[in-house]
Ligand binder design. Structure first.
Ligand code: MV4
Length: 502
């Protein structure tokens, strides 16, 4: 049985994994780069190893360095988190070769799902619906025109090595076929070193709905229902929720079966996600598989009542799944928002810096997975996501109200964050009524681009409070009841003695 796990990651996900380790009596090992000497995940772990310079390509992505740290620490397993080496087939193989358990799938599953054309073929064999289109790469421009016409405009040209929107082009008009295929190919070559592209029918009004699956090493596979992830900006998810507001029980059951079949088709082991693209009529098609634990896994954990990291570790220990499909249900509603150190009023420019103050939201139905603390300087080298706020409530309406309450209570200064933008999303009519697709952010620009100016009354209160506080620091004789005649109609009640949490 696994006694010590090295977490080959940083930030909130490293801490998330360590929490489950601690509950299971498993020791955790952190690794850190030069930029992460003062990071919370290092303090949180039982021990920590230095793995190289700040840039991930010279630390978190160096397989040799991670393996060295695992050997020095005597870890019997490695959890890769998400990003970094989590979907690296070579890393999965290397761990195996070194006698270290990789908490994730085989290199075969990673490779098969990593190549979109191979994955499409595999899904067809497993009778999982894929988007109508081709399952062989386009070999020349003349063939491209013929193929696109056969599939029927509009189409999507996609890179086989792609994912996340890179090397992808939508084509609406015949005269654009050649330029779009050429552009997709060169972008794919630049991004992945592989210019294979294929054709898919364009799905109108697309929704991104994914299913969480778990497979053990004994032939058992289950799904833990869906996550609705259509609120995205430039292929970066912003809000996720479960259940999906557009799902029906009938379609859910069918999609769940197809999700399990998709994973079984590659002898999957561990936790994974099957992404579907779904239209307004609930026609659904396999899009891709993520062969890792995902950022948005907590909403599933809350609604289904399962610790997904614990399940990953149990599976890695070769234990059979104890969860049974027929016993799993969705209870209530969960929403997650991602908080980024970005300035929403300045084109979402990354805004790293030092955290001056943080008050995390608490209370009924609130979970906050973060890693920053007061005085911490966010390094500029990694993803600007600083935390995830997850709420649960019995109904979707109450979950939205709870999210607004939690966002209101979340105070963070020193850096700009996406919190005001998230607050606005919760008030958009199409979000409130659950009628949204992947065009949500662009379609609702008129609600979302509005700057929120603090009103003047609040500014007055803040200025006076700051002044009174300042006076009290100047001289011991100046106390809270000083400064009584600051402004007409204002009265000084002194400072609040207790920490004011909302
Ligand atoms: C599509 C599509 C419409 N039709 N494929 C974008 C990222 C990549 N994973 C797949 N994507 C899409 N593929 C067909 N045939 C629309 C998108 C798409 C999208 C998908 C999921 C989430 C957000 C998206 C935003 C824009 C476009």
């Amino acid at each position: 049985m696994i006694k010590k796990i090295l977490i080959a990651n940083r930030g909130e996900i490293a801490i998330r994994v360590m929490r489950s380790c601690r509950e299971m009596g498993i020791k955790s090992v952190a690794v850190f780069s030069e930029a992460d000497r003062t990071s919370m995940h290092v303090r949180f772990a039982d021990e920590a190893y230095f793995i190289g310079p700040a840039v991930a390509a010279e630390s978190y992505l160096v397989i040799d360095n991670i393996i060295d740290a695992a050997k020095k620490s005597g870890a019997d397993a490695i959890h890769p988190g998400y990003g970094f080496l989590s979907e690296n087939a070579e890393f999965s193989d290397r761990c195996k070769k070194e006698g270290i358990i990789f908490i994730g799938p085989s290199s075969y599953a990673i490779n098969t799902m990593g190549d979109k054309i191979t994955a499409r073929k595999k899904m067809q064999t497993a009778s999982v619906p894929v988007v109508p289109g081709t399952t062989k790469p386009i070999s020349n421009l003349k063939e491209a025109i013929k193929t696109v016409k056969e599939v029927g405009l509009p189409v999507m040209i996609k890179a086989s090595a792609g994912g996340g929107g890179k090397g992808m082009r939508m084509v609406e008009k015949e005269e654009d076929i050649v330029s779009s295929v050429t552009a997709a190919k060169s972008e794919a070559m630049a991004s992945f070193g592989n210019d294979e592209v294929y054709v898919e029918k364009y799905i109108n009004s697309p929704h991104h709905i994914e299913f969480q699956i778990l497979c053990d090493n004994h032939g058992n596979g289950i799904h833990l229902f869906e996550r609705e992830c259509s609120v995205q900006r430039r292929h970066q998810k912003i809000v996720e929720e479960t259940p999906s507001p557009i799902m029906t029980d009938e379609v859910r059951e069918e999609m769940g079966k197809h999700a399990v079949a998709a994973a079984m088709a590659v002898n999957y082991s561990g936790a994974g996600t099957i992404e579907f693209i779904v239209d307004d009529n609930l026609n659904y098609y396999f899009l891709e598989m993520n062969t890792r634990l995902q950022v948005e896994h907590p909403i599933t954990e809350r609604v289904v009542g399962v610790d997904l990291v614990k399940e990953q570790i149990r599976i890695a220990n070769n234990l059979p799944l104890e969860l049974k499909q027929e016993n799993l249900t969705q209870n209530g509603h969960a929403i997650e928002v991602r908080i980024y150190a970005e300035d929403p009023d300045n084109n979402f420019m990354p805004n790293p810096g030092t955290i001056k103050h943080i008050t995390e939201p608490l209370g009924l139905g609130v979970r906050h997975d973060g890693y920053v603390y007061e005085g911490y300087e966010i390094p500029m080298y990694y993803d600007p996501m600083i935390s995830k706020l997850i709420v649960w409530a019995p109904s979707r309406e109450e979950a939205i109200d709870r999210m607004k309450r939690a966002l209101y209570a979340y105070k963070i200064t020193g850096i700009k964050t996406s919190i005001p933008f998230l607050h606005k999303i919760m008030d958009v009519p199409d979000f409130k009524n659950g009628r949204y697709n992947t065009h949500f952010i662009q379609d609702n620009a008129k609600y979302l681009n509005k700057k929120v100016e603090p009103n003047n009354k609040i500014k007055d209160v803040a200025a006076i409070a700051a002044f009174v506080n300042y006076l009290s620091t100047l001289d011991e004789n100046v106390n809270d009841s000083s400064a009584t005649a600051l402004k007409s109609n204002w009265k000084n009640f002194g400072r609040k003695k207790s920490l004011n949490r909302f």
